[in-house]
Design a protein around this ligand. Structure first.
Ligand SMILES: C[S@@+](CC[C@H](N)C(=O)[O-])C[C@H]1O[C@@H](n2cnc3c(N)ncnc32)[C@H](O)[C@@H]1O
Length: 270
């Protein structure tokens, strides 16, 4: 197939990628037929999946506004994805124009597209790095330039640690990022879970292996452990629509059908 101008030369056009599948579900244009085929196959088994992704983006917006309201104006968005409507810097800068955001992703298309649209915004940086290398992310010149690590930072890990296998210690990744942050910082997490899920969700998850970064569904106890050393803000670790909804009308009758748990934890104040 013909390589579009926005696709870096070193990416494999014959293998779906998590970020492009997600982009397709959100209605974006940075995906290939191979991504759409996989997304459609997953959606045919689990029709709620598009709702889950949109609910995740709605959580992102609520979480960023909440964090800015709590006085945090620096963000480290790890696994940030291909830019789409309502990116972290847009939401944060709407609440506080001085807000700064470092976007981090391992996917070359997410990185190149982020760099293209953010080239003129001095309050953002884009880092090409792997979440499994927290020290590398913190030491990156983009992170160093943009974030003042004497002031609180919100680390966002939204829909990313379920791509990290147990052997790479996802809770340890959170702990290492947390330990790099000053007191009063925050960590926001969204992860998919197998709890309360019908068998077809478990089956559909197996298809994610085609991307080379299979999804790992985890228990509530495993996901709670990612907040070790942090104090959870109310309402704790909950199904995504239940986390501080803008309106009670936004909460689905069956919030568990979204299959993902969200929470925000704080590092201890000085
Ligand atoms: C489902 S998207 C979530 C995007 C965004 N955080 C959101 O919540 O809308 C997951 C993103 O995580 C990225 N990702 C997966 N594994 C990663 C890793 N080990 N390090 C950094 N990014 C990763 C993928 O490339 C993809 O862009």
């Amino acid at each position: 197939m013909e390589r579009p101008s926005w696709a870096p030369p070193d990416i494999d056009l014959d293998r779906p990628s998590a970020s492009r599948v997600y982009d397709y579900f959100l209605g974006g244009a940075h995906n290939f037929a191979i991504d759409r085929q996989l997304a459609d196959a997953i959606a045919s088994m689990t029709p709620a999946i598009g709702d889950t992704m949109r609910a995740n983006r709605a959580f992102l917006r609520r979480a960023v506004r909440f964090l800015v309201g709590a006085g945090i104006t620096q963000f480290l968005d790890v696994g940030s994805g291909i830019p789409t409507v309502g990116n972290v810097h847009e939401v944060a800068q709407q609440a506080d124009p001085s807000a700064r955001v470092v976007y981090v992703d391992v996917d070359p298309i997410a990185v190149s597209h982020s760099r293209a649209i953010l080239a003129d915004d001095p309050r953002t940086a884009v880092v090409h790095a792997d979440a499994r290398d927290p020290e590398g992310i913190l030491a990156d010149p983009g992170t160093q330039r943009l974030l003042d690590l004497d002031r609180p930072v919100a680390v966002l890990l939204l829909g990313v640690l379920h791509f990290v296998p147990d052997s790479d210690d996802p809770a340890g990744i959170v702990a290492r990022l947390r330990d790099g942050m000053p007191p009063g910082s925050a960590v926001a997490l969204v992860n998919v879970t197998h709890e309360d899920q019908p068998p077809e969700v478990i089956e559909a998850q197996k298809m994610s292996g085609r991307t080379g970064t299979p999804i790992h569904l985890r228990s509530r106890v495993e996901l709670r452990a990612q907040f070790d050393g942090l104090t959870l803000d109310d309402p704790g670790l909950v199904h995504i629509p239940l986390w501080r909804p803008d309106s009670p009308l936004d909460v689905d009758d069956h919030p568990e059908r979204f299959g993902a748990l969200a929470g925000i934890g704080r590092t201890v104040e000085a």
